[in-house]
Design a protein around this ligand. Sequence first.
Ligand code: FES
Length: 143
Amino acid sequence: MALYSEKVMDHFRNPRNVGILEDADGVGEVGNPVCGDIMKIYLKIADDTITDVKFETFGCGSAIASSSMATEMIKGKPLSEALALTNKAVTQALDGLPPHKLHCSVLAEEAIKKAVKDYYDRNGISYDHSQFPDCEHCEHCHA
Ligand code: FES
């Protein structure tokens, strides 16, 4: 069996939503201290809905494919759905990742959460802080 699914290879070779949104309403950047990879997500938000999303990922192929898939999954969706997106859902949508690459998909989940939090902070919108654990210190980053 190939190490990577066709979907992973497709999103790695032709990533969707790559780039920067200069006038983003929320930006989230996370890094994995172990591998040094960095992912940045830009969101445009209107009426609690993600109207546009772009990403920049300086990282491995799995991280790029995860960012691409994750941005596709939240585009046009309400913020509540974006916040509920798990790395597991991203991995499933990619038809799986090798076990030692699962942590790469965590960056996508966390960067999206951080971008939504940034939007809330910029606009003085109150939120449940437990929804946004301090990602730099979670177990995934040390996996
Ligand atoms: Fe660092 Fe994939 S190896 S994110």
